[in-house]
Design a protein around this ligand. Structure first.
Ligand SMILES: N[C@@H](CCC(=O)N[C@@H](CS)C(=O)NCC(=O)O)C(=O)O
Length: 224
């Protein structure tokens, strides 16, 4: 099946990074298009790719039969259904349930982290201080990572062992925020973040984001 992933700016769009990893890190071929957030093309995108209202959106197939999947968690499930061989979710039932729960929690929670430390692959700050709610989000995330890794991670380096799963793809933007804002973590969490950011697909996404020239003032901080 032919896939096209419509994404936001690779410099900023954390949800797009998740969907990108679900394809690139699992060797599923796709084309891509970046629609710069809130730029002149943004409104056209929302009208033309109905009912998508946000990025990312995955378009599968062509013509009248084309399927539109406009949410990163739905994209994970859709790709899993179509490509079981890609092993987007862990094979074992308990591990798969935990991975799905981790992704769903990422999807529904951590508003403080997402709003106060926006993803920005082009910058690193050492003076932005995370507030108490954001630190509580990060503490919860670290405890979930430790919980999953202790049960299923074996010798790692991913949450469910040697292979990346959707759970890792969903937390990669957290690793990106941690690096951008130099949030101190437990060594084991830091090592996991480093693994996510060193993955060749994440690196490719970062390179593309760094080459972009669009600037969203609302997610740039003044301080270095
Ligand atoms: N639930 C969506 C959330 C996507 C989302 O909020 N994307 C942001 C960009 S990272 C967006 O499109 N923001 C534009 C807006 O909300 O107007 C998903 O998982 O894909």
């Amino acid at each position: 099946m032919q896939y096209k992933l419509i994404m936001g700016n690779q410099a900023y769009s954390s949800w797009s990074l998740r969907a990108w990893l679900l394809l690139r890190a699992f060797d599923i071929k796709f084309e891509q298009e970046v629609v710069p957030l809130y730029g002149p093309e943004w409104r056209d995108y929302q009208i033309n790719v109905a009912p998508a209202n946000t990025v990312p959106t995955l378009l599968a197939g062509e013509g009248a039969d084309q399927i539109t999947v406009w949410d990163s968690l739905a994209i994970a499930e859709f790709l899993h259904e179509r490509h079981p061989e890609a092993r987007i979710w862990p094979r074992e039932t308990h591990a798969r349930a935990a991975a799905r729960s981790l992704c769903a929690e990422m999807h529904s929670s951590y508003v403080a982290l997402r709003s106060t430390l926006p993803m920005n692959v082009r910058r690193e700050y050492r003076t932005v201080k995370a507030d108490a709610e954001t630190l509580a989000d990060i503490a919860r995330i670290e405890s979930l990572w430790a919980w999953a890794a202790a049960r299923w991670g074996g010798t790692g380096p991913y949450l469910f062992g040697e292979r990346m799963t959707a759970a890792d793809a969903f937390y990669a933007p957290v690793a990106s925020r941690i690096r951008t804002y130099h949030v101190p973590l437990k060594p084991v969490s830091q090592a996991y973040c480093d693994t996510l950011l060193a993955h060749p697909a994440t690196q490719e996404f970062y390179r593309a984001g760094r080459r972009e020239s669009w600037v969203l003032e609302q997610v740039e901080f003044d301080q270095e």
